[in-house]
Design a protein around this ligand. Structure first.
Ligand code: BGC
Ligand code: NOJ
Length: 815
């Protein structure tokens, strides 16, 4: 069953009923000001940091689900009937409800009793504000007298404090109201330099800023007292819970439409310009005034919206494909690329499942997010790499996360994940391959943000590699530390205290637990660093990295191979994990993917064998599960992984992030049907027909789909913020379609389903545009017989970079 449909032409998903199985959300904002919005207008906004600069309040895990948002109420002055055109929070019956989630905007429309309302929500490029443009149309035969109320609840900035520190918060809230603008200025004194504003384009019949007055005592958002009675209270918040609500009266002739614009924004005033008059405590509104005025104008709103659409046309235009499969086209051309931008922006901080206060920017996560994003805005990827690297520790180790506002690493979500440093090498490699810009390697970057500790980024990469090399266990495999990519494989933790966080609890001393996965990752990273060293003319160094990689490759083959697949790890006691000897957890997906990506076992049949084992033991209808058999009880030596019920999350869930590694591995060994089949199993668009089971949005990847051991096999959870986005984009575009940026050019090396006969693509790469057509005799999956570039046959399948501005016609024949 479906709850809507794709409109690929407009790059939108159109939701046609409000009661989707879960809120189906979208993101607003591109760089600094962001919002999350659901299909019923739920969600919240923040400036840069979802924890430290939260503008509006949202209560997670609320009942009913998804309450709190950007609300509009309409009220018929004659009948007294009132409703929410976005369905929530009144949940009144609507006709023609539609929510169109697009690239950086959402539009929600509906009709009730002949009154149509449509609200477009978006954040203009480069502005720290969001626009709600509401159009109300009277489709009745007679005049309509209506009241329109807006409503947001303000957050007192630090979202964690906001939800916990009530003894203080109930006394701090402050606002100012001037004309049609509500200013939320809690704590705007000599210390705090920012405030929020909520403006309306119309003269007001009234306003409210005290939530409990607006709603009425003991009442909810579904029937605010002001809306019920059709008149605001003009309340001014002092403490308690500041909110923003404008009341606009409308009289519409039959057929008449009226546009009302709201602007909700964030503003900072410099110290010397905070107050007006100086010395008072009144917000200086002079500097923000022109911005508000501008975006309350209809023509400005329309052109800002068009600019946003153009911006996305340009970004998505960097890679466009036309293949025989609509799901591939839709995901690669539109939604997967879009999700890559969102994961790049948010890391794992704010979604409907990440509360914005738990996690900031992950070290490992952000490096992987880059992989699917770097082709779109390489300058931002560059900046991000430098931010991440600046938090690296002098040992080469890493904080697991940093807060986006402060950009300083912290141990709030744990530390000592021994795979972290290697991901920096892969992130930088992806950037250099895309751009050819090696100057980034010379950028002076601090360690642990300590001024004076700077070294060139290149040295950070060297330290990353050494970090692993200097931490080897009894089998010469890398020590796992707290965990590796699998945060829940906590082999040194031995937690017996319920409620204790596996991610932060002290590791047991002297642990020698080792990770085969990091072994594979090391081999991959060593080769990338060798290539980077060569670019810098250090061929000796490159040779030594290759030797290090080869040595680890040997260790993995010797101690990491189980006979039919790659093992996962060795535990604290040196016992093997992920082996046929283990009753539960005898085969894991991660080392099969990572070792083959690193090239281990390609020459001696191990890779193929490992992938056959994945197919027979881990693959199922809804994707590939993380391990088998699932852990049926808690193992103190394994940690969090065995705390989950079988089939969920890391305990044998279909952890979507890892599936593309297998797609890539299958592509590397040339099995195009298998690679594509795995791609389809988790592709959200191809799962649209089973939305009732899948439950999450059909336009973006979730982190996890319940595995075959779970009662709800096939049900997705935790949509949007996952490395799944970047890795699926990489798998589909670079390995299945085979269009891959490399250090010295663009390689075309597809691995396709047998039955495909052709596809076309446009790829912009280092300023030139490549128009690629690939033809293939059916029956073949991989192998390029000939590449013709601008009419001339070239050797091999690597196209040297063309000058910026060039149009390059590429004809590829497989066979
Ligand atoms: C989850 C992981 C997550 C980790 C870190 C665990 O509970 O299962 O997926 O990465 O927490 O927050
Ligand atoms: C989610 C984390 O964000 C990611 O870094 C990790 O690799 C997976 N969980 C697996 O545990």
């Amino acid at each position: 069953m479906r709850y809507g449909h794709f409109d690929d032409e407009r790059r939108e998903y159109v939701i046609t009923r409000p009661d989707t199985p879960l809120p189906w959300i979208n993101y607003l904002g591109s760089e600094a000001y962001f919002g999350i919005i659901s299909n019923t207008a739920g969600g919240y906004s923040f400036y840069r940091d979802a924890r430290l600069r939260r503008l509006t309040r949202y209560r997670y895990n609320n009942v009913p689900f998804d309450l709190g948002g950007r609300y509009i109420y309409l009220r018929d002055a004659v009948s007294g009937d009132f409703w929410s055109p976005s369905w929530q929070p009144t949940q009144s019956e609507l006709e023609d409800y539609e929510c169109r989630h697009g690239m950086g905007y959402s539009a929600i429309s509906s009709r009730r009793n002949g009154i149509e309302a449509e609200t477009l929500y978006f954040v203009p490029l480069a502005e720290n504000l969001e626009i709600w443009r509401t159009r109300v149309t009277n489709k009745r035969d007679d005049e309509a007298k209506l009241s329109l109320f807006s409503a947001v609840e303000f957050c007192l900035w630090d979202a964690w404090d906001d939800q916990t520190n009530f003894q203080r918060n109930f006394s701090t809230g402050q606002v100012e109201v001037e004309g049609s603008v509500i200013y939320h200025k809690t704590e705007y004194r000599e210390r705090r330099d920012h405030f929020a504003y909520f403006a309306c384009s119309e003269p007001l019949a009234g306003f409210d800023t005290q939530r409990d007055t607006f709603l009425g005592a003991y009442k909810g958002w579904d029937r605010p007292a002001a809306v019920e009675r059709g008149e605001s209270f003009d309340s001014v918040a002092n403490g308690w819970a500041p909110c923003g609500s404008h009341h606009v009266e409308l009289t519409l002739a039959p057929g008449e439409s009226k546009e009302i614009i709201f602007v909700l924004g964030y503003w900072e005033n410099a110290d010397e310009a905070k107050f007006d008059p100086p010395g008072s405590q009144t917000v200086n509104k002079k500097l923000v005034a022109p911005v508000i005025e501008r975006y309350l104008r209809s023509d400005e709103v329309e052109s800002a919206y068009q600019r946003l659409r153009d911006y996305w046309s340009e970004l998505l235009g960097i890679l466009q494909v036309s293949t025989p499969d609509e799901h591939t086209n839709r995901m690669v051309n539109i939604w997967n690329a879009y999700q890559c931008m969102v994961t790049f922006n948010m890391s794992r901080s704010a979604s409907f499942y990440e509360s914005g206060i738990g996690r900031g920017m992950g070290f490992r996560d952000s490096n992987q997010d880059l992989l699917g994003f770097v082709h779109m805005v390489p300058e931002r990827a560059r900046e991000r790499i430098l931010d991440i690297a600046a938090t690296q520790l002098p040992s080469g180790g890493a904080y697991h996360q940093y807060q986006p506002l402060t950009k300083r690493g912290n141990n709030d979500v744990g530390s000592g994940f021994n795979d972290d440093p290697a991901w920096l090498i892969l992130g930088v490699a992806a950037y250099v391959k895309e751009t050819g810009d090696t100057s980034i390697l010379d950028e002076e970057v601090t360690y642990d943000n300590e001024p004076g500790s700077e070294s060139p980024l290149y040295e950070h990469l060297q330290r990353s590699l050494r970090y692993t090399q200097h931490r080897l266990g009894p089998h010469e495999l890398p020590l796992i530390g707290r965990a590796d990519w699998n945060d829940c494989l906590n082999l040194n933790c031995f937690s017996t205290t319920p409620g204790e966080s596996f991610q932060t609890t002290e590791n047991k001393e002297g642990g020698v637990a080792e990770s085969v996965f990091i072994g594979g990752l090391f081999v991959l990273a060593a080769e990338e660093l060798a290539r980077i060293a060569e670019l810098r003319g250090h061929s000796d160094e490159a040779e030594s990295y290759r030797a290090d990689g080869a040595k680890m490759d040997g260790v993995v083959r010797e101690h990491g191979w189980d006979g039919e697949w790659f093992r996962r790890a060795y535990d604290y006691f040196g016992e093997v994990i992920g082996s046929a000897q283990n009753e539960e957890g005898s085969i894991f997906i991660e080392p099969q993917g990572m070792c083959i990506l690193a090239g281990i076992g390609l020459d001696d049949g191990k890779a193929k064998k490992a992938l056959d084992s994945v197919a027979s033991k881990l693959a199922c209808e809804h994707g590939i599960v993380l391990q088998q058999p699932a852990f049926s009880h808690y193992y103190v030596n394994l940690g969090e992984i065995s705390s989950y019920p079988p089939g969920y999350k890391e305990n044998a869930g279909i952890f979507c992030h890892t599936n593309p590694w297998i797609m890539i591995a299958e592509s590397i060994i040339g099995r195009g049907d298998a690679a594509f089949d795995y791609y389809q199993r988790i592709n959200p668009s191809s799962r649209e027909d089973i939305s009732e089971l899948h439950r999450c949005e059909p336009y973006v990847y979730p982190q996890m789909i319940a595995g075959k051991d779970a009662p709800s096999f096939g049900e997705a959870k935790n949509s949007w913020l996952s490395g799944t986005a970047a890795w699926n984009f990489v798998a589909a575009s670079q390995w299945i379609l085979g269009i891959r940026a490399e250090y010295d050019g663009l390689r075309i090396d597809p691995c396709l389903p047998k039955e495909w006969e052709q596809f076309e693509a446009t790829r912009k790469f280092r300023g030139a545009t490549y128009r690629i057509s690939v033809s293939k005799p059916s029956g073949v999956c991989k192998g390029v017989a000939q590449v013709v570039v601008n009419g001339k046959k070239i050797d091999g399948n690597l196209i040297a970079p063309h000058p910026a501005g060039a149009e390059v016609v590429v004809e590829v024949t497989m066979g």
